[in-house]
Design a protein around this ligand. Structure first.
Ligand SMILES: CC(C)(COP(=O)(O)OP(=O)(O)OC[C@H]1O[C@@H](n2cnc3c(N)ncnc32)[C@H](O)[C@@H]1OP(=O)(O)O)[C@@H](O)C(=O)NCCC(=O)NCCS
Length: 171
């Protein structure tokens, strides 16, 4: 399988916050943002592996700033690391000032997708080769996030999480 770069999976999705997307204080409802995040990340994962993919885990979501009704929201997703059948996807969320066009980052999400066949059996995915400094940093730290996600999902024993332990225990 031919390796790929993160830019080959880049997926950009632009949305407008309509009244029906808001909560009781007039800001974008978190669940709506998660729906956009999940779909954008799924397309990025699919672009990387050219297979059907499913969400295995939502590893992290931060709602750093409220997003007001009528805002233009841009979601940018890229594969940050590929393992055997799973892929980690980063989604950066920006709000655009419609007058100046300036984009401000307001949220970030990290998800894990798995490529599957018609029976739901996991399939191998191409290797990911990071290029930029940010892509390299995200690639390096993905192993720790994978181990944390597997522990939380009851799929790994904490004592087996060598990368994660190394973060806290020096020498
Ligand atoms: C995700 C799914 C395909 C995994 O299938 P499985 O039979 O458990 O297969 P495996 O144990 O071989 O896991 C497959 C990969 O997923 C990874 N994975 C599974 N759960 C994970 C989790 N919580 N966090 C991170 N990675 C996870 C495994 O580490 C493995 O990765 P690798 O092949 O790169 O090493 C299966 O659990 C599933 O279909 N889940 C439902 C998905 C779905 O319907 N999503 C929509 C939202 S409800």
């Amino acid at each position: 399988m031919k390796s790929k770069t993160p830019s080959q999976s880049l997926t950009i999705n632009t949305e407008v916050v309509l009244p029906n997307d808001t909560n009781h204080v007039g800001n974008l409802f978190g669940g709506k943002l998660l729906q956009w995040v999940d779909i954008t990340a799924a397309i990025a994962a699919q672009r990387h592996c050219s297979r059907v993919v499913v969400t295995a885990a939502i590893n992290h979501v931060s709602f750093d700033n409220p997003i007001k009704q009528n805002s233009v929201v841009t979601l940018e997703a890229k594969v940050s690391r590929a393992f055997s059948s799973s892929m980690e996807i980063f989604v950066d969320v920006f709000v655009e000032d419609t007058v100046t066009g300036k984009k401000t980052k307001c949220n970030e999400a990290i998800l894990t997708f798995v490529a599957i066949d018609q029976n739901g059996t996991p399939l191998p995915v191409p290797e990911l080769i990071p290029e930029t400094d940010t892509e390299k940093k995200r690639f390096e730290s993905a192993l720790r996030r994978r181990q944390l996600s597997l522990i939380l999902g009851g799929r790994m024993k904490p004592e087996e999480a060598t990368e994660l332990k190394a973060l806290f225990l020096k020498d």
